[in-house]
Design a binder for this molecule. Structure first.
Ligand SMILES: Cc1cc2nc3c(=O)[nH]c(=O)nc-3n(C[C@H](O)[C@H](O)[C@H](O)COP(=O)(O)OP(=O)(O)OC[C@H]3O[C@@H](n4cnc5c(N)ncnc54)[C@H](O)[C@@H]3O)c2cc1C
Length: 489
């Protein structure tokens, strides 16, 4: 296929690709979409997410939105550079325009455009609300679409299906390489269809919306470390994201952005085949590794704000596994069941010795750990599972800062927990129209990035912001690419 009639070629069918494709079409462009998955599994990670948005209401992002991004920026950035970074992009020196860092301008754009994206999605019949999730209480505010990410894929997918004569979708077709002309403009892609069939697809603009590299063991080993290839995607959709979008952009000279050595870590039950089988009750018990030893403060603050750091520590334990251990007191936590998405029954026993055997841990080690913990628990103070209650251990290393109550009363229960990969952080730098910026600080004509391909996070994920990143950057890319379709870019 060699079709210069394509204005906007979108790679990927998740929230970012769909937002780009539909917006470009609404702006008058002829659009083609490439999707690695077959039609019945289209939608990448978006298909499986509950898709919470860090919003205070439909018109505003959460109060802590920009502060959390700043707090999660990672490292100790040079204050002189930070001062320059808040200047308009045009007034920044080229070396800063291409700097891989949390970009205040992009965060501000997402904060401003998220409500518009939400309302735009509602125009396709999706309803957003304050929905229950797997935290009993939260440190921020979140809204989500009824029906989760699947509802977004279905609503925008229905628009695309309805306009099939104008929006072509090539399923089971993966983009591999960018086509670039002598003037440095992107003019299409080389793709691979079923049966190892190469395709050259020409287009005036390309939007890379193909997710991160959570489904690519080679890139995970390379960037995140050798153990990362054994950390499974949190759901099936991640397996489709093999990093070609990020790699193609970098090969074209894009400035890297986002934390290439990291990913959004979630604590899941290794025995479960469910989507996102999180185990998030551990702050009411203790966490031990497979040697029966504690290794972290299980309750430093609200679990929704701290689980990622704890999960990374689980990843670092021998065999990458830990166990959350409880006694009957877990049942004092009203509705604790919502915090465990795994449907696998916990290991259970009437004595700690039997529980240790079920966990395949040396009983003396587990009993010694629990005895030491019990002796350090406070003897007074009110337990409050809805907020940090200050019930902290004394003289124990590591300390447990909240919800510390002795583990004494049978039945004893334990859930195994491993670290899973929701999505990778390494991506590329874009401007306020989602145009890809090269390492010299200039935009690459004809090239856009959206969603996970856009680097935004460092070390700690600012929760409930990835779907909105996809919707906002996808819409920006689709609109700008459609507007520029008759120009050289
Ligand atoms: C279980 C789960 C829960 C989550 N919960 C939340 C949440 O509550 N809030 C939140 O903000 N985020 C959440 N996330 C993260 C969020 O869902 C994703 O980061 C976001 O949906 C990514 O959107 P995307 O369009 O960038 O990528 P995706 O939705 O992953 O789409 C990428 C698309 O590209 C296709 N593709 C990949 N490579 C190629 C190629 N070479 N050629 C052609 N097609 C290709 C894939 O098949 C897929 O269709 C969650 C994720 C998961 C899995």
């Amino acid at each position: 296929m060699n079709s210069p009639a394509i204005d906007v070629l979108v790679v990927g069918f998740g929230i970012a690709g769909l937002s780009a494709a539909v917006t470009a079409h609404q702006t008058g462009a002829r659009v083609t979409v490439l999707e690695r998955a077959p039609m019945e599994e289209r939608g990448g990670n978006t298909r499986y997410t509950e898709s919470f948005w860090r919003m205070k209401n439909a018109d505003q992002v959460s109060d802590d939105f920009e502060d959390r991004f700043a707090a999660n920026a990672g490292g100790w950035p040079d204050p002189g550079i930070l001062r320059d970074l808040v200047r308009d992009r045009e007034n920044q020196p080229a070396v800063l325009r291409s700097l891989g860092t949390v970009d205040p301008s992009l965060i501000a754009t997402i904060a401003e455009d998220a409500p518009k994206a939400l309302k735009w999605l509602e125009s396709f019949g999706v309803t957003f609300d304050f929905l229950p999730l797997y935290f009993l209480s939260q440190s921020t505010t979140r809204m989500g679409p009824i029906g989760g990410g699947l509802a977004l894929v279905e609503a925008l997918g229905a628009y695309i299906d309805k306009h099939a004569d104008e929006i072509e979708v090539l399923y089971e077709t993966s983009a591999r390489e960018l086509l670039i002309d002598n003037a440095g403009a992107v003019i299409g892609v080389m793709a691979m269809g079923r049966g190892n069939k190469p395709l050259e697809i020409r287009a005036r603009n390309v939007v890379l919306a193909s997710g991160g590299f959570e489904g690519n063991p080679e890139m995970l080993s390379h960037y995140v470390g050798p153990q990362a290839q054994f950390i499974r995607p949190v759901s099936r959709g991640g397996h489709y994201n093999r990093g070609e979008g990020v790699r193609m952009a970098l090969s074209a000279g894009a400035a890297p952005c986002g934390d290439f050595g990291s990913f959004h870590a979630q604590p899941v039950d290794p025995r479960s085949a469910d989507i996102e089988p999180v185990v998030l009750n551990y702050s009411y018990g203790v966490l031990v590794n497979d040697e029966g030893r504690r290794f972290t403060d299980e309750g430093p603050a609200m679990v929704d704000a701290t689980y990622e750091v704890v999960t990374r520590l689980i990843m670092g334990q021998r065999h990458g596994i830990a166990y959350a251990v409880f006694d009957a007191g877990l049942d004092d936590v009203e509705n604790w069941q919502v915090t465990v998405r795994s449907r696998e029954a916990p290991l259970q026993a009437d004595t700690l010795e039997e529980l240790a055997q079920a966990m395949e841990i040396e009983p003396r080690e587990l009993i010694g750990t629990i005895d030491a913990y019990n002796a350090a628990c406070p003897t007074s103070g009110a337990f409050d599972f809805m907020q940090p209650d200050g019930l902290a251990t004394e003289g124990l290393e590591p300390r447990k800062s909240n919800w510390a109550r002795p583990i004494v009363k049978p039945p004893f229960r334990a859930w195994p927990i491993i670290c899973s990969n929701c999505f990778t952080f390494g991506g590329v730098k874009v401007d306020d129209n989602a145009r890809v910026i090269n390492t010299e600080g200039d935009t690459i004509p004809g090239l856009y990035a959206a969603g996970e391909v856009v680097g935004l996070y460092y070390r700690v994920y600012t929760g409930a912001t990835s779907v909105m990143r996809g919707a906002v950057t996808g819409r920006l890319a689709g609109a700008d690419a459609a507007r520029r379709r008759n120009t050289a870019g």
